[in-house]
Design a protein around this ligand. Structure first.
Ligand SMILES: Cc1cc2nc3c(=O)[nH]c(=O)nc-3n(C[C@H](O)[C@H](O)[C@H](O)COP(=O)(O)O)c2cc1C
Length: 273
């Protein structure tokens, strides 16, 4: 399966098959993916896979109710922007691999202080637990509460490309026959808290500058998630490059905060435009 297929297939799953715990080979595979997860902006990020027994004592308090899950991904990260960007990127890498393995996930952001999750996570004070995600076999049924959660978050309503991403100028839509259109299409399909889709981008002469319109503590995390999708899209387009934080973006975007950039280093496909 290629990344476009995996990204197109991924959806937040809230209802799990209670009898379908992860097998030891699935656990080993996910542990490997966690170990290999790149943290492009450095910082302090810890991801763990834990089994919670029958899961009944582990109920994340969230707007979407999780049922049937007994295995969870737990992530702690430090309170700085680089850690939040890396955390979003690294965890989404794990989520996409889990999706490819036929497993469901659902990002959940909350304060887990004093919760059972915190007790099993074993995170350090410098990277406190901030995210959990159930991981397991989807039950195949979308419960009423899941339908309500999706409706509340307007999960099936993505903003159009021309409201998110721009070409050289914050007024100009990205032409569909240019290199970055496909990676940005994949970014648009990324999960974000309450489906806020706070990512914005301007294509530059040698890459893309990324911005966020989310001033909450989840702004940088959401952007890291989106950049993970974008990066895999670049790989599919035969482009390689580096994610960096410039001193200043090429263009400013009104109402948005500059966060980071992708600079192309290698193009293996012929130039389209
Ligand atoms: C950082 C983050 C936090 C989230 N927190 C919750 C949550 O607390 N409860 C929940 O049910 N879904 C949560 N979600 C899932 C989003 O609601 C979901 O990604 C979004 O509505 C888009 O739907 P999709 O993932 O099916 O594409 C979160 C997603 C992200 C990325």
């Amino acid at each position: 399966m290629n990344y476009t297929e995996v990204i197109t297939m991924r959806k937040s799953v809230r209802n799990y098959d209670a009898a379908g715990r992860l097998t030891s080979s699935q656990i080993a595979a996910i542990d490997c993916v966690i170990k290999d997860a790149v943290k492009p902006f450095g910082g302090r990020v810890e991801i763990r896979l834990v089994s919670t027994g029958d899961g009944s004592a582990f109920r994340p308090s969230t707007y979407g109710v999780i049922t049937g899950a007994s295995d969870y991904l737990l992530m702690g990260y430090a309170d700085d922007n680089c850690s939040a960007l890396s955390a979003g990127y690294a965890m989404e890498h794990v989520v996409l691999h889990a999706t490819e393995m036929g497993l469901g996930t659902c990002w959940i952001a909350a304060t887990f202080k004093g919760s059972r999750f915190n007790a099993v996570a074993g995170m350090t004070d410098s990277a406190p637990l901030k995210i959990v995600s159930p991981i397991g076999i989807p039950s195949g049924k979308s419960g009423l509460l899941n339908t309500v959660a999706r409706a509340l978050a307007r999960s099936d309503k993505r903003k159009p490309m021309d409201k998110l991403f721009f070409y050289g100028d914050p007024q100009m839509p990205v032409p569909s026959d240019t290199h970055f259109f496909h990676p940005l299409e994949l970014m648009r399909l990324a999960p974000s808290s309450t489906n806020s889709q706070p990512w914005r981008a301007i294509v530059t002469a040698n890459g893309v500058d990324f911005f966020t319109v989310d001033k909450s503590p989840l702004g940088y995390l959401n952007l890291g998630i989106g950049m993970c999708h974008f990066y895999y899209g670049c790989r599919e387009e035969g482009m390689n490059g580096v994610l960096i934080i410039k001193e200043a973006p090429d263009r400013i975007m009104p109402g948005a905060t500059y966060v980071a950039s992708f600079i192309v280093t290698i193009r293996t496909k012929p130039t389209i435009n």
